[in-house]
Design a protein around this ligand. Structure first.
Ligand code: PLP
Length: 473
């Protein structure tokens, strides 16, 4: 007989194999945790042994297969019950996506003395949904209380990406009846404290925020949240782990739109949540508190189906390898662009975390550091990211005119690209939330958001200079 004959070696044997596979993965994880940031970004979870087992391929293999085949019923049973590492079906897990998840967990916990797990998703919004929805089960009152007057609430910075604002305000607030308590000034820890009570389920902030570049004291806010037994969730899409790792400062869950600076070439939409082990929560099972990302991956993610395509995971891995080098170069360029705009007579205001006269400068300086510092001197250096915003004198007509004149910098409702992009949030990313919502989120109508790419700084400044020139303004 040439065909493989199904035979079972027994469930116990698969459990033993599972233990050996886990031990090998743990040893590889421990080895990579001792490496520097760039080494982790370049090699991730794909070590020499994995490569040799994949016909020596230099790159992580792309497993497009929707499912895995099994030796026997015992093997199938052990895999499906999570008794041994397996991927089973690409909606639950996939090896290519797994390489990305492990790399993101390593990078986001770089320098952190605890452990973290990552769950990659089909978009940033899917990650934000999965990171917050599990805390809103049984919204009819806090644990140990009763009565509909004890509505569950969430406390979030009002300085948020438009999609997150809509998820909280419309989906959770208007449709589910969750009370959304906005914090107007995220720098004011007193305001955060005053909004949290025994019915709060989580505390949420974005740093630096899109598009107003607002910041907050992560460590101070984590202490407040933990004092109430609550998790702190931070969206650090704009910073990326190359510039800031919120887990080091006490945050419990980090969410990313991986679609942005991480996948800078613009070949994939993707998201991720990365959580430290053992987080506080007043609701949900113990598994949620023990290893949040693993719990998400094994249960809600499997049921809701927001999985990331393995093809997109490979596109992301390809860009991720150069993350720190790009964030270093683009931050330096963005700082020069911000300084150019700040001194331009046509410019009314500039928002960039690295500008000394900005409201959040002291906090930005404390949190935004290039991982591993400057190579030449091995010295820590502040780097403030690739995103900035500005307003021009003359309101919306002038803003549209400057925006329409841009030639090298492209107009797009997007950011984080290796190509510089600009948008007017009020008519694009933050249009849905309306004028009142934009006022709350600190987004003036005539704000222009600029995402600095990898072009030569002089060419970007020349483009802005001609767009701001006197012609008709
Ligand atoms: C783009 C973005 C999101 C949403 O991510 P998608 O990948 O587009 O779903 C969330 N947060 C921030 C800060 C973003 O810029």
């Amino acid at each position: 007989m040439t065909a493989h004959t199904a035979h079972s070696v027994g469930l116990q044997e698969y459990l033993k194999r599972g233990e050996a596979l886990r031990a090998a993965a743990d040893a590889e994880h421990a080895r990579m945790r001792r490496m520097k940031f760039d080494t982790i970004a370049v090699h991730g979870a794909y070590g020499l042994e994995a490569a040799l087992a994949n016909q020596g391929s230099l790159n992580e293999p792309l497993y497009l297969s929707p499912a895995q085949t099994f030796e026997s019923s015992d093997h199938l049973e052990a895999a499906l019950a999570y008794l041994m590492p397996a991927w089973t079906y690409s909606r639950y897990a996939n090896p290519t996506v797994g390489y990305l998840e492990e790399t993101l967990a390593l990078l986001e916990s770089y320098g952190f003395d605890g452990e973290a797990t990552a769950c990659a998703t089909g978009s940033g919004m899917a990650a934000i949904f999965l990171a917050t929805d599990p805390f809103l089960v049984s919204t009819q009152g806090a644990v140990g209380t009763s009565g509909s007057d004890r509505r569950a609430n969430i406390v979030a910075s009002a300085r948020l990406y438009g999609g997150t604002f809509m998820l909280f305000q419309q989906r959770y607030g208007a449709e589910r009846g969750v009370e959304v308590r906005w914090v107007h000034d995220p720098l004011d820890l007193g305001e955060w404290s005053s909004r949290i009570d025994e019915n709060t389920r989580f505390v949420y902030g974005e740093m630096p925020s899109n598009p107003s570049l607002a910041v907050f004291d992560i460590a101070g806010l984590a202490e407040i949240a933990h004092g109430f037994g609550l998790p702190l969730i931070v969206d650090s899409t704009v910073a990326t782990p190359a510039l800031m790792r919120p887990l080091l400062h006490g945050a419990d869950i980090v969410v990313h739109s991986v679609s942005k600076n991480i996948a800078t070439s613009g070949l994939a939409i993707a998201g991720a949540l990365i959580a430290r082990h053992v987080i506080p929560s007043k609701v949900g099972p113990d598994e949620l508190r023990q290893d949040f990302a693993r719990y998400i991956k094994q249960l809600p993610y499997r049921d809701y189906g927001p999985s990331l395509s393995p093809f997109n995971a490979l596109m992301v891995l390809n860009d991720l390898r150069t993350l720190r080098l790009r964030m270093e170069a683009q931050s330096r360029s963005a700082m020069q662009v911000a300084r150019f705009l700040a001194q331009h007579p046509k410019v009314e205001g500039v928002w960039y975390p690295g500008l000394e006269d900005g409201a959040g400068y002291e906090v930005s300086r404390r949190y935004l550091w290039l991982a591993d510092g400057c190579d030449d001197y091995n010295e820590p250096v502040n780097r403030y990211g690739a995103l900035l915003s500005f307003t021009v004198r003359g309101g919306m007509p002038a803003a549209r005119q400057v925006f329409d004149r841009l030639q090298l910098i492209w107009r797009a409702a997007d950011l984080g690209r290796i190509k510089s992009l600009a948008t007017i949030p009020a008519i694009s990313t933050h249009q849905q939330q309306g004028a009142a919502g934009r006022l709350l989120a600190g987004v003036p109508e005539h704000l222009i958001r600029l995402s600095v790419g990898g072009e030569a700084t002089a060419d970007l400044i020349a483009d802005l200079d001609q767009a701001l020139s006197d012609r008709g303004l």
